[in-house]
Design a protein around this ligand. Structure first.
Ligand code: NAP
Length: 218
């Protein structure tokens, strides 16, 4: 996740969500090159023309060298089916796209998404059971390492389920402010200090004024 110095991942009006440097973008592709699958929430996929793919040849070569498939799997989370079937991601067919949803999805939406995704998996009644969903991705799609690229609502679910092992941030030297501006973990959050998910910082490079910290689950 890229965030401003005040911890925001987009402006309050959601007009701006890409604000890192070229190095930050390269870093994102390096992380994708280390993962079997890349995942994002429906709002993130609907909001911008993203495809969650590995990018240029050098990253695909790196994947093959380390024993990964040339193109990563793509996973989109959409509990109620608000995911737009016309989103840019569905126009790029280089690797399977899997949608995780719940029984809240309407029959019409399910049909629409089944027509554009490789698989739509119902993973819970009203909430996605991420532990079961990730286990399914492991057995059905041979996924070992998953990179979640947000947004904040999806991240929060994964933090609360205790499923995040590492956090890779880019802290950009900007302030967005705004009470409504999203952060890296936005849904229900913790209610007490004991519920906070704990990490320890293992490195934090400063590259031309941007910080690239890595935290590992404590
Ligand atoms: N700076 C960065 O690095 C960065 C990275 C990613 C995103 N962003 C920005 O962050 C904003 C989007 O963040 P967001 O928090 O609003 O949205 P989000 O997490 O991308 O997507 C939210 C949607 O995902 C589905 N979802 C998430 N968690 C779920 C769960 N536990 N169970 C079922 N469905 C779940 C729901 O879809 P349904 O509505 O279908 O139920 C929900 O409405 C955008 O402005 C985006 O551009 C910034």
């Amino acid at each position: 996740m890229a965030m401003t110095a005040d911890g925001k991942i987009a402006t309050a009006n959601r007009a701006v969500s890409t604000f890192g440097s070229k190095r930050d973008h390269e870093h994102l592709l390096e992380l994708r090159a280390s993962a079997d699958a890349v995942m994002a929430g429906a709002a993130t996929v609907n909001a911008a023309p993203i495809n969650l793919g590995p990018g240029p040849l050098k990253f695909r070569r790196r994947r093959l060298k380390t024993g990964l498939a040339e193109y990563n799997l793509r996973v989109i989370v959409s509990g109620s089916g608000s995911l737009n079937p016309d989103a840019e991601i569905f126009r790029k067919k280089f690797s399977p796209i899997i949608v995780l949803t719940t029984q809240r999805i309407s029959g019409k939406k399910l049909k629409q998404l089944r027509a554009v995704a490789n698989e739509v998996k119902i993973c819970g009644k009203t909430e996605i059971n991420f532990r079961a969903a990730l286990r399914w991705l492991q057995t059905r799609w041979n996924m070992r390492r998953l990179l979640c690229e947000g947004g904040g609502e999806l991240n929060d679910s994964l933090f609360r389920a205790g499923l995040v092992d590492e956090i890779h941030l880019t802290i950009c030297p900007k302030i967005f402010g705004g009470r409504e501006a999203p952060t890296i973990a936005d849904d229900l959050g913790a209610e007490s200090l004991s519920q906070a998910v704990k990490f320890r910082c293992t490195s934090a490079r400063n590259i031309n004024g941007e910080l690239f910290p890595v935290w590992i689950r404590a």
